[in-house]
Write a protein that binds this ligand. Sequence first.
Ligand code: SAH
Ligand code: SF4
Ligand code: F3S
Length: 435
Amino acid sequence: MGDAKKLFIKTYGCQMNVYDSERMAEALGGAGYAEVGSAAEADMILLNTCHIREKAAEKVYSELGRLRALKAERPDLKIGVAGCVAQAEGAEILRRAPVVDLVVGPQSYHRLPAMAEAAARGERALDTDFPEEDKFDHLAARPKARRAPSAFLTVQEGCDKFCAFCVVPYTRGAEVSRPAARILAEARDLVERGVREITLLGQNVNAYHGHAGGLAGLVRALAGIDGLARIRYTTSHPNDMDDALIAAHGDCEKLMPYLHLPVQSGSDRVLKAMNRKHTAAQYLRLVERIRAARPDIVMSGDFITGFPGETEEDFRATLELVEAVNYGMCYSFKYSPRPGTPAAERAQVPEAEKDDRLQRLQALLTAQQRACQESMVGREVSVLFEKPGRLAGQMGGKSDYLHAVHVHAPGAQPGDIARVRVTGSAANSLAGELV
Ligand code: SAH
Ligand code: SF4
Ligand code: F3S
C-alpha cells in the first residue's frame, strides 16, 4: 500500500483510551490509513484525550498549539481530537482551535472513516453523539496481525455512579455492557494472534452485566479458552464487588492475584461528600473478604487529597485506611475541580494543603509499594515474557502480581510463561532467575 495515508495517534489518559486508539487505527485502516510512529510524517494526527484532571485537559490545547506550526508547513495535514475532552468540549474545540479538522467523542469512533472523508473535502466535522448503535458492532473487523502477549479488551463502558468529583459519567455516558458472546469471540481471536493475557476494561468493570453470571461469569467463560493463560480486570468499584467475583479470585486459576479497587478516601465524611455510597469500614471488610478468598492478592487503589471539605482529621483517616489495607501499588492525585461536577462548586481546600497531603500520602504509599516488592524476593512467581530486556539473553515481563520482572532467559520468546525465583528488588522492577 504505497499510497496509504499515514495516521499518527497520540493517546492520553486511561487504558480504555489505549484500547480505543487501537480500534480507531483499525477503523481508519479500512479507509486506507496506515499507522506511523511519529507526528512529523503523518497525514492525519489524532489526539485521543483525557478530561479527568485539569492538567490532562490542558495538555490537549498545548499540543494543538504545537501542531499549528506543523500544519502551517503542511496545509494538507488533518488534525482530529477524540476521547473525553472531545466529548466534554465538543464544538468549543473547533472554535478555540482553528487547526482542528474533526472532533469525535468516544461513542462515535465507528463514524471516523466518514468524518475523515469530510475532512479530506475540507469540511470540519463534529460528532459527539451517544448513538443507539453499538460502536463496536460497526467497527471494521480486527486484522489478523500477530500481537503482543498482553492485550486490553473493553467489556463495559460508562458510569452511573456520579462521584461528586468525576467527569467520566458525562464524557463516557451511562453504563453499557457488551454481550459476552462478542467478547468471547474477540478474546479467541486475540489468542489466535498470540495474546496470552487479557485485561478486561470498564470504567466500572465489575458492574458488567453482559453475562448472566456478571463479571465473574464472563471471567469463568474466558478461562475456558485454551491458550489464554491470564485474566485481569480494571477498574472496579467497591459496591460492585459481589460474592461470585470474590469467589472467582479464590478458585479461578487464570484470574491473576492483583486487584485495583479504588476507595479515594478513608474518611466517612469525605466518602459521603464524594457520593461513594460506602464507608471506610465497609471497604476494609471487603478487602478482608477478598483476602480470605485469595490471601496473596496484591491490592491497588486510587486516592484523592484535598477534596472540598477535607480536614486534617479526614486526611489522617485516609492514612489510617492505607496502613490497614497495605497496598502493593497505588495512584494518588490532588483534587482537581472539573467543570460541571458538583464538587467543583464547593469551597476548595487551599492548594498548599492539597500538595502537603499528597506528599505525605505518597510517602506512605511508596513505602508500601517498596515493601510489597521486597516481600517477593526469594519467592517463586510466574512471569509472562513481553519483550527482550536491555542485556543479551534477558527477557522482561510481568509476574502474576503485575510486578515488572527481568530474567536472564536465553532462547525464551515473548509470550512464554516461566517459573522464576525473585532474586532482587529495584526501584520499579524485580530481578529473577529461571527455576
Ligand atoms: N472508573 C474508575 C476511575 C476513574 S478515574 C473508578 O471508578 O475508580 C481514575 C482516578 O482518577 C479516580 O479513581 C480518582 O482517584 C481520580 N480522579 C477522578 N476525578 C478526579 C478529580 N476531579 N481530581 C483528582 N482526581 C480525580
Ligand atoms: Fe468516576 Fe466514580 Fe464512576 Fe469511577 S465510579 S468513573 S470515579 S464517577
Ligand atoms: Fe480520562 Fe476519559 Fe479515561 S477522562 S481517565 S480518558 S475515561
